[in-house]
Design a binder for this molecule. Sequence first.
Ligand code: NI
Length: 280
Amino acid sequence: MNLKLIDTHCHVNFSAYKDDMDAVIGRSLDEGIGMIIVGTQSDTSRRAVEVAEKYDGVWASIGLHPSHLHKQEFHDVGEFDSVKTRTEFFDPEFYRQLASHPKVMAIGEFGLDYYHLPPDIDEAQVHKDQINATNLQIDLATEFNKPIIVHSRDAHDDQFEILRLAVEAGKLPRRGVVHCFTGTLKDAQRYIDLGFMISFTGILTFSKELQVIARELPIESIMVETDAPYLSPVPHRGKRNEPSYVKFIAQTLADVKGLSYKQVAEQTTANAIKFFGLDI
Ligand code: NI
């Protein structure tokens, strides 16, 4: 299969696509844009695998997102929809059964989110639960020799420390990607020094701050993603996002790095193929 780009992180498995998921995936594949569908809890992880099974150029990742550890509801500024979660504990047995599926290329997304906190639970307890679930999923990825997809928001110091300790202990031989990166240049550089990748969403198309960071990072360590249905890039801000829009992020990356679109598309696609071990 000849893919021109890969959306390395999307959620077409979410209910936002319940009426037109196949059309959305078809539009993307018709443009030569493959995708990794990412699970955020047990139901969406199972669904990611089921959908990936149906298509060439589509793969899955499974995991439990920190916002799904405690019941909560929030609506981020500028988003087309709100997010509602229920409480779920990480069940290694459930995820172990999914992890052996040939279309499961990574474990995640999981990690630390100190930005969205459930209102009714002690903050220290929330952090503790997130750290615990993170370590369990690092162990799962190590057991199955898969890379990880890290979600880290307002928590880069703790997040880096967990990853550093894991690597030091001989875990995560295939490392991981820090997805939807919104930290500082220093944060990005220490993840890269640890062998991790950095991935940019549509935020790159409108954040000058992030563009400055992207300019400084080596293209070999960068991947692109939509995080659809959220975080639509310019010119689709505020509307439902979809995998085919990853081209707008690649174009911004080309502009800020002074490279051609083709160079960025080829390099980030090669990065994704290597990172996830895609069989194409
Ligand atoms: Ni996501």
